[in-house]
Design a protein around this ligand. Sequence first.
Ligand code: PMP
Length: 420
Amino acid sequence: MAFLNIAKASTFTLNEGTQALEAVGRRVYKFGFGVSPFAPPAPVREALGSAAGRVEYTAVAGLPQLRENIAAFHQEVDGYAIDAGQVLVAPGTKPLLNNIMRVFQPAEVYLPRPSWISYGPQARLAGHDVVRIPTTFEGRWRLSPEALEQAVARRPSNGRQKLLVLNYPGNPDGLTYSPSELDALSQVLRRHEFWVVADEIYALLDHRGRHCSLASVYPARTLVTTGMSKWCGAGGWRLGALILPPDAPSALFDALVGLASESYSCAPAPIQVAALRAYELDEQLYAFLAAQRRILGAVGAAVHAALHACGVRAHAPQGGFYLLLDFSPFAGALAAQGIIDDRQLCDRLLADAGVALLPGNAFGMPPECYTARLAYVDFDGDAALRDVNQIEANVTDHAAKMLEGIDALGEWLRQLNSSR
Ligand code: PMP
Protein backbone atom coordinates (compact mmCIF):
# COMPACT_ATOMS: atom_id res chain seq x y z
CA MET A 1 0.00 0.00 0.00
CA ALA A 2 1.28 3.50 -0.76
CA PHE A 3 0.20 6.87 0.55
CA LEU A 4 0.92 10.45 -0.31
CA ASN A 5 4.36 11.44 0.94
CA ILE A 6 3.77 14.67 2.85
CA ALA A 7 5.26 15.66 6.20
CA LYS A 8 3.54 17.78 8.83
CA ALA A 9 4.47 21.46 8.36
CA SER A 10 7.51 22.14 10.56
CA THR A 11 5.80 25.03 12.38
CA PHE A 12 3.28 22.57 13.83
CA THR A 13 5.95 19.98 14.63
CA LEU A 14 7.96 22.59 16.55
CA ASN A 15 4.87 23.95 18.31
CA GLU A 16 3.92 20.50 19.50
CA GLY A 17 7.56 19.79 20.51
CA THR A 18 7.81 22.94 22.62
CA GLN A 19 4.46 22.16 24.27
CA ALA A 20 5.83 18.73 25.21
CA LEU A 21 8.97 20.30 26.75
CA GLU A 22 6.86 22.77 28.73
CA ALA A 23 4.66 19.94 29.94
CA VAL A 24 7.71 18.43 31.68
CA GLY A 25 8.54 21.76 33.31
CA ARG A 26 11.23 23.11 30.96
CA ARG A 27 11.43 26.86 30.36
CA VAL A 28 11.08 27.33 26.62
CA TYR A 29 11.58 30.57 24.72
CA LYS A 30 8.93 30.29 22.06
CA PHE A 31 10.26 31.97 18.96
CA GLY A 32 8.94 29.25 16.68
CA PHE A 33 5.24 29.63 16.01
CA GLY A 34 4.04 32.85 14.34
CA VAL A 35 0.72 33.59 16.03
CA SER A 36 -0.43 37.13 16.74
CA PRO A 37 -0.02 38.23 20.37
CA PHE A 38 -3.15 40.41 20.04
CA ALA A 39 -6.75 39.25 20.48
CA PRO A 40 -9.47 40.29 18.03
CA PRO A 41 -11.14 43.57 19.12
CA ALA A 42 -14.05 43.21 21.58
CA PRO A 43 -16.83 44.15 19.08
CA VAL A 44 -15.55 41.46 16.70
CA ARG A 45 -15.51 38.84 19.47
CA GLU A 46 -19.01 39.90 20.49
CA ALA A 47 -20.19 39.59 16.90
CA LEU A 48 -18.90 36.01 16.87
CA GLY A 49 -20.51 35.28 20.22
CA SER A 50 -23.93 36.27 18.98
CA ALA A 51 -23.60 34.40 15.69
CA ALA A 52 -23.76 30.84 17.10
CA GLY A 53 -27.19 30.40 15.54
CA ARG A 54 -25.78 30.92 12.05
CA VAL A 55 -25.61 27.27 11.11
CA GLU A 56 -26.22 27.63 7.39
CA TYR A 57 -23.80 27.01 4.55
CA THR A 58 -23.18 30.36 2.93
CA ALA A 59 -22.53 30.96 -0.77
CA VAL A 60 -19.22 29.31 -1.72
CA ALA A 61 -17.62 32.71 -2.44
CA GLY A 62 -18.77 34.07 0.93
CA LEU A 63 -21.57 36.27 2.29
CA PRO A 64 -22.28 38.99 -0.31
CA GLN A 65 -22.10 41.70 2.37
CA LEU A 66 -18.75 40.41 3.59
CA ARG A 67 -17.35 40.49 0.06
CA GLU A 68 -18.60 44.10 -0.15
CA ASN A 69 -16.98 44.99 3.16
CA ILE A 70 -13.65 43.42 2.28
CA ALA A 71 -13.63 45.18 -1.12
CA ALA A 72 -14.44 48.56 0.46
CA PHE A 73 -11.90 48.00 3.26
CA HIS A 74 -9.00 47.15 0.96
CA GLN A 75 -9.95 49.82 -1.54
CA GLU A 76 -9.64 52.33 1.29
CA VAL A 77 -6.43 51.07 2.89
CA ASP A 78 -4.64 50.02 -0.32
CA GLY A 79 -5.81 52.89 -2.52
CA TYR A 80 -6.99 51.09 -5.64
CA ALA A 81 -10.48 50.27 -6.94
CA ILE A 82 -11.91 46.89 -5.89
CA ASP A 83 -15.34 45.48 -6.68
CA ALA A 84 -17.01 42.93 -4.41
CA GLY A 85 -17.17 40.55 -7.39
CA GLN A 86 -13.37 40.27 -7.25
CA VAL A 87 -13.42 38.96 -3.68
CA LEU A 88 -13.53 35.33 -2.62
CA VAL A 89 -13.80 34.38 1.06
CA ALA A 90 -12.44 31.08 2.40
CA PRO A 91 -11.64 29.26 5.66
CA GLY A 92 -8.11 30.71 5.92
CA THR A 93 -5.65 31.82 3.28
CA LYS A 94 -3.87 28.47 3.31
CA PRO A 95 -6.68 26.59 1.51
CA LEU A 96 -7.05 29.54 -0.85
CA LEU A 97 -3.37 29.45 -1.73
CA ASN A 98 -3.61 25.71 -2.20
CA ASN A 99 -6.55 26.06 -4.58
CA ILE A 100 -4.90 28.88 -6.51
CA MET A 101 -1.93 26.60 -7.11
CA ARG A 102 -4.24 23.89 -8.35
CA VAL A 103 -6.29 25.91 -10.83
CA PHE A 104 -3.25 26.95 -12.84
CA GLN A 105 -2.69 23.93 -15.08
CA PRO A 106 -0.06 23.40 -16.30
CA ALA A 107 2.17 25.81 -14.41
CA GLU A 108 5.58 26.25 -12.92
CA VAL A 109 5.83 28.01 -9.60
CA TYR A 110 8.61 30.52 -8.90
CA LEU A 111 9.47 31.03 -5.25
CA PRO A 112 12.09 33.39 -3.85
CA ARG A 113 14.40 31.69 -1.41
CA PRO A 114 13.50 32.22 1.48
CA SER A 115 9.72 32.12 1.39
CA TRP A 116 6.91 30.78 3.55
CA ILE A 117 6.98 27.03 4.25
CA SER A 118 3.75 25.91 2.58
CA TYR A 119 4.13 27.35 -0.93
CA GLY A 120 6.58 24.66 -2.06
CA PRO A 121 4.62 21.65 -0.78
CA GLN A 122 1.37 23.10 -2.14
CA ALA A 123 2.93 23.66 -5.56
CA ARG A 124 4.27 20.12 -5.64
CA LEU A 125 0.92 18.69 -4.52
CA ALA A 126 -0.60 20.51 -7.50
CA GLY A 127 1.94 18.75 -9.73
CA HIS A 128 4.02 21.83 -10.53
CA ASP A 129 7.78 22.21 -10.84
CA VAL A 130 9.15 24.63 -8.25
CA VAL A 131 11.78 27.12 -9.36
CA ARG A 132 13.67 28.54 -6.39
CA ILE A 133 15.18 31.98 -6.91
CA PRO A 134 18.13 32.81 -4.67
CA THR A 135 18.39 36.06 -2.72
CA THR A 136 21.16 37.29 -0.42
CA PHE A 137 21.57 38.77 3.02
CA GLU A 138 23.31 41.78 1.43
CA GLY A 139 20.35 42.20 -0.95
CA ARG A 140 17.99 42.16 2.10
CA TRP A 141 16.56 38.80 0.96
CA ARG A 142 14.70 40.73 -1.80
CA LEU A 143 13.84 39.15 -5.12
CA SER A 144 15.69 41.27 -7.65
CA PRO A 145 14.46 41.78 -11.22
CA GLU A 146 17.80 40.40 -12.45
CA ALA A 147 17.50 37.20 -10.42
CA LEU A 148 13.94 36.71 -11.64
CA GLU A 149 15.02 37.30 -15.24
CA GLN A 150 17.87 34.78 -14.86
CA ALA A 151 15.58 32.18 -13.33
CA VAL A 152 13.24 32.48 -16.33
CA ALA A 153 16.13 32.34 -18.78
CA ARG A 154 17.41 29.09 -17.24
CA ARG A 155 14.07 27.32 -17.71
CA PRO A 156 13.34 25.59 -21.00
CA SER A 157 10.42 27.26 -22.74
CA ASN A 158 7.65 24.75 -22.13
CA GLY A 159 4.45 26.74 -22.61
CA ARG A 160 3.54 26.41 -18.93
CA GLN A 161 2.00 29.31 -17.07
CA LYS A 162 4.53 31.08 -14.85
CA LEU A 163 3.26 31.71 -11.34
CA LEU A 164 5.29 33.73 -8.83
CA VAL A 165 4.46 33.87 -5.14
CA LEU A 166 5.59 37.09 -3.51
CA ASN A 167 4.94 37.57 0.20
CA TYR A 168 5.62 40.88 1.92
CA PRO A 169 5.96 42.01 4.65
CA GLY A 170 7.64 38.66 4.67
CA ASN A 171 7.50 35.46 6.59
CA PRO A 172 10.30 34.53 7.43
CA ASP A 173 12.21 37.78 6.85
CA GLY A 174 10.03 40.63 8.21
CA LEU A 175 11.00 42.80 5.25
CA THR A 176 8.99 44.57 2.59
CA TYR A 177 9.31 45.99 -0.92
CA SER A 178 9.28 49.69 -1.76
CA PRO A 179 7.03 50.96 -4.59
CA SER A 180 10.09 51.44 -6.80
CA GLU A 181 11.33 47.88 -6.14
CA LEU A 182 7.86 46.59 -7.03
CA ASP A 183 7.83 48.71 -10.15
CA ALA A 184 11.16 47.29 -11.31
CA LEU A 185 9.96 43.73 -10.64
CA SER A 186 6.69 44.36 -12.47
CA GLN A 187 8.59 45.04 -15.69
CA VAL A 188 9.99 41.51 -15.67
CA LEU A 189 6.59 40.11 -14.64
CA ARG A 190 4.91 41.89 -17.55
CA ARG A 191 7.56 40.79 -20.04
CA HIS A 192 7.07 37.13 -19.16
CA GLU A 193 3.31 37.32 -18.52
CA PHE A 194 3.61 36.05 -14.98
CA TRP A 195 0.60 35.52 -12.78
CA VAL A 196 1.49 36.54 -9.25
CA VAL A 197 0.09 35.49 -5.93
CA ALA A 198 0.81 38.49 -3.71
CA ASP A 199 0.48 37.06 -0.21
CA GLU A 200 -0.21 40.29 1.65
CA ILE A 201 -1.44 38.69 4.87
CA TYR A 202 0.94 40.92 6.93
CA ALA A 203 0.21 44.12 4.95
CA LEU A 204 -1.75 45.81 7.73
CA LEU A 205 1.14 45.12 10.09
CA ASP A 206 3.68 47.08 8.05
CA HIS A 207 5.30 48.88 10.98
CA ARG A 208 5.14 52.27 9.30
CA GLY A 209 1.73 51.66 7.74
CA ARG A 210 3.20 52.10 4.27
CA HIS A 211 2.37 48.85 2.54
CA CYS A 212 2.11 49.13 -1.23
CA SER A 213 -0.03 46.37 -2.76
CA LEU A 214 1.36 44.67 -5.84
CA ALA A 215 -2.17 44.86 -7.27
CA SER A 216 -1.74 48.64 -7.57
CA VAL A 217 1.51 48.19 -9.53
CA TYR A 218 0.81 45.07 -11.59
CA PRO A 219 -3.01 44.97 -11.68
CA ALA A 220 -3.66 42.70 -14.64
CA ARG A 221 -2.38 39.42 -13.18
CA THR A 222 -2.00 39.87 -9.43
CA LEU A 223 -4.04 37.76 -7.03
CA VAL A 224 -3.88 39.25 -3.54
CA THR A 225 -4.40 36.97 -0.58
CA THR A 226 -5.12 38.26 2.89
CA GLY A 227 -7.22 37.37 5.92
CA MET A 228 -7.92 37.78 9.61
CA SER A 229 -5.14 35.56 10.98
CA LYS A 230 -2.50 38.22 11.49
CA TRP A 231 -3.89 41.76 11.71
CA CYS A 232 -7.00 40.62 13.57
CA GLY A 233 -5.31 38.01 15.76
CA ALA A 234 -7.78 35.34 14.69
CA GLY A 235 -5.67 32.56 13.12
CA GLY A 236 -7.76 29.77 14.60
CA TRP A 237 -10.99 31.27 13.39
CA ARG A 238 -9.92 30.50 9.83
CA LEU A 239 -10.90 33.38 7.60
CA GLY A 240 -9.01 34.22 4.44
CA ALA A 241 -9.81 36.31 1.39
CA LEU A 242 -8.64 36.57 -2.18
CA ILE A 243 -8.84 39.69 -4.34
CA LEU A 244 -8.76 38.78 -8.01
CA PRO A 245 -7.71 41.20 -10.75
CA PRO A 246 -10.63 43.28 -12.09
CA ASP A 247 -10.47 41.67 -15.53
CA ALA A 248 -9.57 38.15 -14.43
CA PRO A 249 -10.94 35.55 -16.83
CA SER A 250 -14.27 34.24 -15.55
CA ALA A 251 -12.83 30.73 -15.97
CA LEU A 252 -10.33 31.53 -13.20
CA PHE A 253 -13.05 32.65 -10.79
CA ASP A 254 -15.25 29.68 -11.74
CA ALA A 255 -12.41 27.20 -11.25
CA LEU A 256 -11.65 28.60 -7.79
CA VAL A 257 -15.32 28.48 -6.78
CA GLY A 258 -15.69 24.99 -8.25
CA LEU A 259 -12.66 23.70 -6.38
CA ALA A 260 -13.85 25.37 -3.18
CA SER A 261 -17.29 23.80 -3.55
CA GLU A 262 -15.68 20.37 -3.86
CA SER A 263 -13.25 20.84 -0.98
CA TYR A 264 -14.16 23.17 1.90
CA SER A 265 -17.67 24.39 0.77
CA CYS A 266 -17.45 27.81 2.43
CA ALA A 267 -15.95 29.66 5.39
CA PRO A 268 -17.90 29.00 8.61
CA ALA A 269 -20.99 31.23 8.73
CA PRO A 270 -20.44 32.56 12.31
CA ILE A 271 -16.86 33.51 11.45
CA GLN A 272 -18.06 35.35 8.36
CA VAL A 273 -20.53 37.26 10.52
CA ALA A 274 -17.71 38.25 12.89
CA ALA A 275 -15.64 39.23 9.85
CA LEU A 276 -18.41 41.57 8.74
CA ARG A 277 -17.70 43.55 11.90
CA ALA A 278 -13.91 43.21 11.61
CA TYR A 279 -13.90 44.63 8.08
CA GLU A 280 -15.87 47.73 9.08
CA LEU A 281 -13.42 50.60 8.81
CA ASP A 282 -13.93 52.95 11.72
CA GLU A 283 -11.79 55.03 14.07
CA GLN A 284 -11.52 52.16 16.55
CA LEU A 285 -10.12 49.86 13.90
CA TYR A 286 -7.60 52.42 12.67
CA ALA A 287 -6.49 52.92 16.28
CA PHE A 288 -6.17 49.14 16.81
CA LEU A 289 -4.05 48.78 13.67
CA ALA A 290 -1.86 51.75 14.55
CA ALA A 291 -1.30 50.41 18.07
CA GLN A 292 -0.31 46.95 16.82
CA ARG A 293 2.15 48.48 14.37
CA ARG A 294 3.73 50.69 16.97
CA ILE A 295 4.11 47.80 19.42
CA LEU A 296 5.47 45.37 16.84
CA GLY A 297 7.86 48.04 15.58
CA ALA A 298 9.18 48.69 19.10
CA VAL A 299 9.42 45.01 20.07
CA GLY A 300 10.99 44.07 16.73
CA ALA A 301 13.62 46.80 17.10
CA ALA A 302 14.46 45.71 20.67
CA VAL A 303 14.74 42.05 19.71
CA HIS A 304 16.85 42.93 16.69
CA ALA A 305 19.22 45.07 18.76
CA ALA A 306 19.65 42.28 21.33
CA LEU A 307 20.44 39.76 18.59
CA HIS A 308 22.90 42.13 16.99
CA ALA A 309 24.71 42.45 20.34
CA CYS A 310 25.12 38.62 20.35
CA GLY A 311 26.78 38.72 16.93
CA VAL A 312 23.81 37.23 15.04
CA ARG A 313 23.18 38.84 11.66
CA ALA A 314 19.64 39.98 10.82
CA HIS A 315 17.93 42.91 9.14
CA ALA A 316 15.78 45.16 11.31
CA PRO A 317 12.17 44.13 10.67
CA GLN A 318 9.81 46.38 8.69
CA GLY A 319 6.52 44.54 9.08
CA GLY A 320 4.79 41.52 10.60
CA PHE A 321 6.61 39.74 13.41
CA TYR A 322 9.57 37.77 12.10
CA LEU A 323 13.32 38.03 11.74
CA LEU A 324 15.49 35.78 9.62
CA LEU A 325 18.65 35.09 11.63
CA ASP A 326 21.93 34.41 9.90
CA PHE A 327 24.37 32.46 12.08
CA SER A 328 27.03 32.24 9.36
CA PRO A 329 29.52 34.29 11.46
CA PHE A 330 29.56 31.21 13.73
CA ALA A 331 29.91 28.70 10.90
CA GLY A 332 33.43 27.59 11.88
CA ALA A 333 32.57 27.16 15.56
CA LEU A 334 29.35 25.29 14.71
CA ALA A 335 31.11 22.92 12.33
CA ALA A 336 33.81 22.31 14.96
CA GLN A 337 31.04 21.08 17.29
CA GLY A 338 29.70 18.77 14.58
CA ILE A 339 26.68 21.01 13.92
CA ILE A 340 26.59 20.89 10.17
CA ASP A 341 23.22 22.39 9.24
CA ASP A 342 20.42 24.68 10.36
CA ARG A 343 18.24 21.83 11.64
CA GLN A 344 20.98 20.55 13.94
CA LEU A 345 21.56 24.13 15.08
CA CYS A 346 17.87 24.57 15.98
CA ASP A 347 17.71 21.15 17.65
CA ARG A 348 20.74 21.97 19.81
CA LEU A 349 19.44 25.45 20.68
CA LEU A 350 16.16 23.97 21.86
CA ALA A 351 17.80 21.14 23.82
CA ASP A 352 20.63 23.19 25.40
CA ALA A 353 19.15 26.68 25.81
CA GLY A 354 15.38 26.17 25.51
CA VAL A 355 15.35 28.51 22.49
CA ALA A 356 12.81 27.42 19.85
CA LEU A 357 13.61 28.64 16.33
CA LEU A 358 12.61 27.25 12.94
CA PRO A 359 15.43 26.23 10.58
CA GLY A 360 15.78 28.36 7.43
CA ASN A 361 15.64 25.17 5.40
CA ALA A 362 11.89 25.00 6.11
CA PHE A 363 11.72 28.22 4.08
CA GLY A 364 13.82 26.86 1.23
CA MET A 365 17.20 28.12 2.46
CA PRO A 366 20.20 25.85 1.90
CA PRO A 367 20.70 24.02 5.23
CA GLU A 368 24.42 24.73 5.38
CA CYS A 369 23.74 28.50 5.45
CA TYR A 370 22.80 28.28 9.14
CA THR A 371 19.72 30.51 8.97
CA ALA A 372 16.68 30.33 11.24
CA ARG A 373 13.43 32.19 11.69
CA LEU A 374 12.55 33.97 14.89
CA ALA A 375 8.95 35.06 15.63
CA TYR A 376 8.79 37.82 18.25
CA VAL A 377 5.27 37.21 19.50
CA ASP A 378 5.88 35.73 22.95
CA PHE A 379 4.58 38.72 24.91
CA ASP A 380 1.30 39.85 26.48
CA GLY A 381 -0.45 41.69 23.65
CA ASP A 382 -3.23 43.03 25.90
CA ALA A 383 -0.74 44.55 28.35
CA ALA A 384 1.23 46.09 25.48
CA LEU A 385 -1.96 47.58 23.99
CA ARG A 386 -2.83 49.16 27.34
CA ASP A 387 0.65 50.68 27.47
CA VAL A 388 0.96 51.62 23.81
CA ASN A 389 1.66 55.29 24.44
CA GLN A 390 4.80 54.41 26.44
CA ILE A 391 5.72 51.30 24.54
CA GLU A 392 9.16 52.48 23.38
CA ALA A 393 10.16 53.44 26.93
CA ASN A 394 8.82 50.22 28.46
CA VAL A 395 9.65 47.77 25.71
CA THR A 396 12.27 45.86 27.70
CA ASP A 397 9.59 45.08 30.31
CA HIS A 398 7.03 43.94 27.76
CA ALA A 399 9.57 41.89 25.84
CA ALA A 400 11.35 40.64 28.98
CA LYS A 401 10.86 36.93 28.34
CA MET A 402 12.04 37.19 24.74
CA LEU A 403 15.06 39.27 25.74
CA GLU A 404 15.87 36.62 28.36
CA GLY A 405 15.64 34.04 25.58
CA ILE A 406 18.07 36.04 23.46
CA ASP A 407 20.42 36.23 26.45
CA ALA A 408 20.25 32.44 26.64
CA LEU A 409 21.01 32.28 22.92
CA GLY A 410 23.92 34.70 23.35
CA GLU A 411 25.34 32.65 26.22
CA TRP A 412 25.10 29.48 24.12
CA LEU A 413 26.97 31.21 21.30
CA ARG A 414 29.67 32.47 23.70
CA GLN A 415 30.21 28.96 25.00
CA LEU A 416 30.32 27.67 21.46
CA ASN A 417 33.03 30.18 20.55
CA SER A 418 35.02 29.53 23.71
CA SER A 419 34.98 25.77 23.20
CA ARG A 420 36.85 26.04 19.89
N1 PMP B 1 0.84 33.13 4.31
C1 PMP B 1 1.77 33.44 5.20
C2 PMP B 1 2.98 34.16 4.75
C3 PMP B 1 1.63 33.06 6.55
O1 PMP B 1 2.58 33.39 7.43
C4 PMP B 1 0.48 32.34 6.94
C5 PMP B 1 0.27 31.90 8.37
N2 PMP B 1 1.38 31.48 9.04
C6 PMP B 1 -0.46 32.03 5.97
C7 PMP B 1 -0.27 32.44 4.68
C8 PMP B 1 -1.70 31.22 6.29
O2 PMP B 1 -2.61 31.97 6.96
P1 PMP B 1 -4.07 31.46 7.32
O3 PMP B 1 -4.11 31.36 8.80
O4 PMP B 1 -4.98 32.55 6.81
O5 PMP B 1 -4.32 30.18 6.63
